[in-house]
Ligand binder design. Structure first.
Ligand code: 4AD
Length: 434
């Protein structure tokens, strides 16, 4: 007997096959029972007719409960009306029974679903979202391989802060204190002096108490770093990567996007059209004068409201460049603008459709003395940054890099409301179970 996966049903029409999986749904209509089988690769309607099976199989089908694991044997046929493929079931073997499965057809609130995340993972929506996540992960990996980057894994336990010091999780480490990483960037900067172009991909941690639908305490970050790249080249490669991710998802995840009822008009535009690049000063002007947002603070970070409004206004990703240095990290290359404001050579990439910031990147300060002065100005423990300063001591080069929050990217592409949907087991400001 040929054992197949649901994803391969098209090439097996007319054949008798065996499929292993779980009962996702069951509906009876007199002498016919309609089962929906899921096997991890897809969903398939399986029809069991009393007249076509033996008494034993009919009895098994009638007692079958949701999420029982089963082996079904039958013939794959095209539905006479809608051309969908279904299994004309001949026999059923129950592998593991499932009694009183807690997630039922009735609407459950998100609290209940996330308390039962281990089971909720089996439902269609998380299945579709996490498969798109997997596609995005693969696209990024392939992209960097093709662009000549090497994967360079940075440590999770770090003695210093990369971003804001108030966001650190402290860990007792033998007799010392260490911190869970916020980003591998500083280590990648050391790495590119050996490899030229490198990226990492792993979990990072932020202890900020943000309870928004865009913040996790543990998320997956992809940091990339490139020697001899200025900020313009940095934005070019980010744009190319984002376009590649979107194209791969549109090409390979049709079923998943359909399950999520994702309107892909803007995503399709994103592949064809150039992303917008505007200065922070101009972005603030648009927010105030064109979008009529109240309380726009010119020299501050972009607010949630401003990011969402700009995304809606442009309907395509927008790089917001040159933030005031006062709201950005110590390692960014800086300059003084015509108004005397110290600005960073950086850009945050804002996604449309309320995707908000998906990437943060900058050219890095490559001058030893300037960087040292910035670290001291911020009262960071200079002795802990000695190794990082060394990168500027021995053959310093202009270099740039960026960090993409995987879950932010998944949230935008899938169009889901809350970021906790985009990671298998989310960690937020509450203690999460499981
Ligand atoms: O802008 P951030 O803080 O930049 C860095 O950490 C740099 N060191 C990265 C680099 O240049 N290599 O974070 C980068 C991205 C953000 O654009 C966002 O997508 C994501 O990480 N991010 C979060 N995602 C989920 N939950 C949070 N709390 C996040 N904070 C940042």
């Amino acid at each position: 007997m040929k054992v197949i996966n649901i994803k391969d049903i098209k090439s097996n029409i007319g054949l008798e096959v065996k499929i292993n999986g779980w009962i996702y749904n069951k509906r009876s209509s007199g002498r016919i029972v309609f089962l929906v089988l899921r096997d991890g690769t897809g969903f398939l309607q399986c029809v069991v007719e009393e007249d076509n099976v033996d008494v034993n199989t009919w009895n098994v089908v009638n007692c079958l409960s949701i999420e029982s694991s089963v082996s079904l044997v039958g013939i794959l046929v095209k539905h006479p009306k809608n051309e969908e493929i279904e299994l004309k079931t001949k026999s059923i073997l129950v592998i593991g029974s499932s009694k009183d499965y807690p997630i039922t057809k009735k609407e459950h609130g998100p609290e209940f679903l996330f308390e039962n995340r281990d089971l909720y993972l089996r439902s269609k929506t998380p299945w579709a979202i996490l498969r798109i996540r997997d596609q995005i992960f693969r696209s990024i990996t392939n992209f960097f391989y093709e662009e000549g980057f090497i994967r360079f894994d940075s440590p999770i336990l770090q003695p210093t802060s990369c971003e804001d010091t108030t966001q650190l999780f402290e860990v007792k480490y033998y007799e010392e204190v260490m911190y869970l990483t916020q980003s591998g960037q500083l280590y990648l900067e050391a790495g590119i002096m050996s490899f030229g172009k490198a990226y990492d991909f792993g979990p990072v941690f932020r202890a900020e108490k943000s309870k928004t639908r865009n913040h996790l305490s543990e998320f997956w970050m992809m940091d990339a770093e490139m020697a001899f790249y200025d900020q313009e080249m940095n934005e070019d490669i980010q744009e190319k990567m984002v376009k590649r991710i979107i194209k791969d998802v549109l090409d390979n995840c049709e079923l998943e996007l359909n399950i999520l009822e994702r309107n892909t008009t803007i995503l399709e535009r994103c592949i064809k059209e150039q992303f917008i690049r505007i200065k922070h000063k101009e972005a603030k002007r648009i927010c105030k004068e064109v979008l009529n947002i109240q309380n726009v603070v010119e020299l501050d970070d972009m607010s949630t409201e401003e990011e969402i409004a700009l995304g809606n206004y442009f309907q395509i990703p927008v790089f917001i460049e040159d933030y005031p240095m006062a709201v950005k990290s110590f390692y960014m290359k800086k300059y003084v603008d015509m108004d005397g404001v110290e600005r960073a050579k950086n850009a945050d990439l804002i996604a449309p459709e309320e995707g908000r910031e998906i990437i943060g990147g900058s050219q890095r300060e490559d001058d030893y003395e300037v960087l040292k002065a910035e670290i001291m100005k911020r009262n960071y423990p200079i002795e802990k940054y000695e190794w990082y300063l060394n990168i500027r001591k021995y053959g310093s080069v202009p270099h740039s890099g960026f960090g993409l929050g995987l879950e932010r990217m998944v949230r935008w592409i899938t169009g889901v409301h809350h970021i906790r949907e985009t990671i298998p087991f989310p960690r937020t400001t509450i203690i999460n179970k499981p």
